[in-house]
Design a protein around this ligand. Sequence first.
Ligand SMILES: [Zn+2]
Length: 276
Amino acid sequence: MKGNTLKIIDSHFHFRDFKGFNELALAAGHVNSAEHLRQAYAQYHYVHGVVMGNGTLDPEGHVYPEFMSYCIGLDSSGCNDHIEESLPLLEENLKRKQCCGIKLYPGYNHVYIYDSVYDPVYELAKRYDKPVAVHTGLTATANALLKYSHPLTLDEAAVKHPDVQFVMCHIGNPFLQDAIAVLEKNRNVAVDLSGLLEGKIHDMNGFLKAKEGYISMLRDWLCYLNRYDSVMFGTDWPLANLGDYVAFVKAFIPEQYWQAVFFDNANRLYRLGLEA
Ligand SMILES: [Zn+2]
C-alpha cells in the first residue's frame, strides 16, 4: 500500500445489462455508465470491480472496460434447464483472463446448487481454477424462492465439491447465523459483503446509529468467525452508493483487516493479479 491510501476492489457489482439499472444508479447518487464509474472509482480509491454477470452466456455479450473483471452468470435466462447445452459457451468465457469466476443465482433459479445438474459446471470451475460465486439470502423478486438461496445450501455444495472455491454472496443476509456456521465449517467457502445497503444515505452517522444493532451483529458474527482472510468487500452497485458502502463496511470490520477485506482477499481469490 502506497502512503495511507487504501486501494479498494469491489468484488461484487452489476453493470449495464439489467432493466431498471439507470433508476437504481440515480437513487444511489450515481449514473449508470462506465465513464461515471471510472470517475467515482477514482474519487473513492476503487481500483477494480468484479461484475456479476447476468443474461447471455455469449462471450461477445461480456465486453467490459479494463478496470473490470466478470463472473459469467448462469441466471434464469442462461438455460438452467439445459446446462449441458450451455457448457461450451460457459467454457469459452472461462478461457478468458477477464472472466474470473462463475456466478449462480439460486432462489431466482428454482434449483438447489448441490443438484447434480450443476456437476459439470463445478468440473469446469475446477479445471479453470476459478471460484463459483453464489447468490444467498433475500431475493429482489417475489417469485424467487428462499429455500434455494438459503446459505445452508452452500454447506452441501461445499462438501460435495471440496476442490471448488465458493463465494457466499451477501453473507446470506438476513440469515446471518446460518451463513456464519457454513463459513466456519467449510474452508472452501469465502464470503462477500455486498447487497446490504440500498440507495444513497444522506446522513451516514445517523444511519449507523439507527442500525447499531444490525451492524453490531455483523461485527460480532464476523469476529466470532475470525476468518478475515475470506471476507471480501463488495457493493452490489448500482444498488448502493460507493462512498457510503466503504463507510458502512469500515463500521464493522476492524481496521487491522481493512487491507485484507477491501483488497487482498478479492485479488487473491479471484486471481486478479493487481498490484497491492
Ligand atoms: Zn448482486
